[in-house]
Design a protein around this ligand. Structure first.
Ligand SMILES: Cc1cc2nc3c(=O)[nH]c(=O)nc-3n(C[C@H](O)[C@H](O)[C@H](O)COP(=O)(O)OP(=O)(O)OC[C@H]3O[C@@H](n4cnc5c(N)ncnc54)[C@H](O)[C@@H]3O)c2cc1C
Length: 358
């Protein structure tokens, strides 16, 4: 039961979606976001058709924000490639634009949004803030995404873990022509790179890569890109002179993890509820759906444990095939088979895209 206004920690898609639905239910949530200005989160910026639908439910139309329509998936592995039409219209939008629009939507719905406020730890139901202050909330939504909060840390993945890297690329005429209307997935040993044009004319290049592969490049993002360009002529053409930003990085991405029932008053949403492999391009949809579902559960008085169990079961469906595809895509032999199969039967890509939606 919520005895105080719900507190949401984190203003990404999950936190913002929870804030919108809670505010619409009359519960006047407080959302705290550590960044004062919205910047580009480490993300591929691909919005699937389910993401677009969920965004519209919240009152945010990505196409009206300038998102580029995406109709085709292009797959590359070494020297082979294949294309397939997506089952429905998708889009690409920078996270800077998307996250800012979502927080504006949350404020307009009646949520209190406080920026520049960072949670440092969760201690016996109290949230300790970065400035030394404290908030006691009977009902807490954890939406810190890829970042851990002391006192509510997700299990650390073991073995050869995945890390995420992201660059903004200069949008040349060549890049725009090659990638127009497409999301490109370049598969390589130990990972993949997603490439898509954004609304501002730049391109977003986002990688998920095994730590062992990153270590081969001496832990240097640009060295890794140079090695990948040597392996893939298509990637080399796209990267020639295009890098404009330093790399953003995040370590130990717990792909496949799902939260089970835990603390009775803690609702985990977004990446804190479950992490679908990013190759599927469905993380933002999971974030929005979980934020909406947690808000609805709170409005109904449903305990956090029930919500978490139900949501975890719901995630099993798309996470399982996404995990299998990710594992197959990072091994060159199976990646070539995947690309070859899509070249012969493009409908297979469409089927995989459908199976990995939430
Ligand atoms: C390599 C890679 C590529 C991806 N590509 C795509 C893609 O193309 N399409 C897609 O749909 N998904 C993609 N994803 C997944 C997607 O980025 C996430 O699933 C999604 O961002 C999760 O949203 P969220 O709101 O849970 O977290 P986030 O987007 O991470 O937002 C969390 C927010 O909380 C704030 N915060 C964190 N800690 C605190 C704190 N202590 N106090 C206050 N505020 C805090 C942060 O500043 C941030 O604003 C990708 C993921 C990776 C790793």
């Amino acid at each position: 039961m919520c005895r105080t206004a719900p507190l949401i920690i984190g203003g990404g898609p999950a936190g913002a979606a929870a804030a919108v639905n809670l505010a619409r239910a009359g519960l006047k949530p407080l959302l705290i976001e550590r960044n004062i200005e919205t910047s580009d989160a480490l993300c591929g910026g691909f919005l699937s058709w389910t993401t677009i639908r969920r965004l519209r439910e919240l009152g945010v139309d990505p196409l009206a924000l300038g998102a580029r329509p995406v109709e085709t998936l292009a797959l590359f592995s070494g020297h082979s490639s294949a294309t397939a039409r997506l089952p429905a219209l998708a889009a690409a939008l920078s996270r800077r634009t998307l996250d800012a629009a979502l927080l504006t939507c949350a404020s307009a719905a009646g949520a209190r949004v406080e920026r520049g406020v960072s949670a440092r730890a969760l201690e016996q139901g109290r949230v300790r803030l970065g400035d030394g202050g404290e908030i006691a909330a009977s009902c807490l939504i954890l939406a810190t995404g890829k970042h851990e909060l002391r006192g509510a840390v997700r299990p650390h993945p073991s073995g050869d873990t995945a890390l995420g890297l992201r660059w903004r690329l200069r949008g040349s005429a060549t890049l725009a022509r090659l990638t127009s209307g497409r999301i490109e997935l370049h598969l390589f040993r130990g990972g993949y790179a997603g490439l898509v044009m954004q609304e501002d004319g730049s391109a977003n290049l986002c990688l998920a890569v095994r730590r062992s592969r990153f270590s081969e490049a001496e832990g240097r993002p640009e060295q890794l890109l140079a090695a990948l360009a040597e392996e893939s002529p298509a990637l080399a053409i796209r990267l020639a002179g295009a890098i404009v930003s330093p790399a953003q990085a995040i370590a130990n991405v717990p792909y496949g993890w799902r939260a089970q029932a835990g603390d009775p008053d803690l609702y985990r949403v977004g990446d804190q509820a479950g992490v679908i492999p990013s190759l599927a391009g469905e993380g933002i949809a999971v974030a929005i759906l979980s934020g909406q579902a947690a808000a609805d559960a709170i409005a109904r008085g449903e305990p956090a444990g029930n919500f978490q169990r139900t949501f975890s079961r719901r995630l099993w469906g798309p996470i399982t095939p996404a995990h299998l595809l990710w594992r197959a895509a990072e091994i060159p032999a199976t990646a070539s088979l995947l690309v070859g199969a899509v070249a012969i039967a493009p409908s297979l890509a469409s089927l995989a895209a459908r199976l990995t939606r939430v």
